[in-house]
Design a protein around this ligand. Structure first.
Ligand code: MD3
Ligand code: FE
Length: 211
């Protein structure tokens, strides 16, 4: 299967179109159900309370969130419904096994939903205890211009497009690379079947080990 290792970030592997259209359709149907059980919510920057432009929810034993008072963290329940997060759907667990070959299942799957104006500033992911486990990211819907740098904020970075069905695996040193979403690129034509496709959004799923 076709895969690019990203130059600026050794250990980062991009698999364009890894998810076939029928798998994308199946995963999208699961995401719709997850959003029904665990509604999209907004996270806020620690201390400043500035809202993030991405709407999010989670599935799995743990979910990521952030608010002004307590900052970035993993929690075992939805911040508004206070219910446990839905389970990670089995197709996602199978994709995790196939692409990471990691001996333990993911504990958290963050669902990020980007409308056309949403972006994510350059940052590092450091809220997990186990920084040796891989991260798996899956993209659905609209394309985005994704930025991947090195382990220091000012290291050179490069951008590439993440499209519907793409997988990105971050292993070893790549786990600590700076990354962000510069902008959403509205794709001509329906990138996904309805109902997710109708939303006119990009959806990113990030599967991780936390503890
Ligand atoms: C590279 N999400 O939730 S996923 C995040 O598209 C996040 O929603 C982005 O960054 C999104 O924290 C990017 C791809 C990704 C995830 C984690 C990484 C790339 C990464 C960790 C290290 C290096
Ligand atoms: Fe991140």
């Amino acid at each position: 299967m076709f895969c690019n290792e990203i130059r600026s970030c050794p250990g980062a592997y991009h698999y364009p179109g890894f998810l076939t259209p029928s798998v994308q359709c199946d995963v999208s149907a699961h995401i719709i159900k997850i959003i029904q059980q665990a509604p999209l919510f907004v996270s806020y920057m620690p201390r400043t309370g500035v809202p993030m432009s991405v709407r999010m929810t989670n599935c799995g034993p743990l979910g990521w969130m952030s608010d002004k008072a307590l900052g970035y963290r993993y929690v075992n329940a939805h911040p508004e419904t206070l219910l446990a997060w839905p389970a990670i759907p089995s197709p996602l667990l199978e994709i995790w096994d196939a692409l990471t070959q990691y001996p333990k299942p993911p504990e958290a799957c963050l669902v990020n939903l980007y409308d056309l104006e949403a972006k994510m500033a350059l940052h590092q992911d450091r809220d997990e205890i186990d920084l040796s486990a891989p991260i798996l990211s899956l993209s659905l819907g609209f394309d985005c211009r994704f930025r991947l740098g090195g382990q220091k904020r000012n290291d050179p970075s490069s951008t590439f497009v993440l499209s519907t069905g793409d997988a990105l695996v971050l292993k070893g040193p790549a786990r600590r690379c700076f990354h962000g979403v510069d902008r959403i690129l509205p794709t001509i034509g329906a990138a996904l079947p309805p109902p997710l496709g109708d939303l006119g959004v990009r959806v990113n799923l990030t599967l991780r080990r936390v503890s």
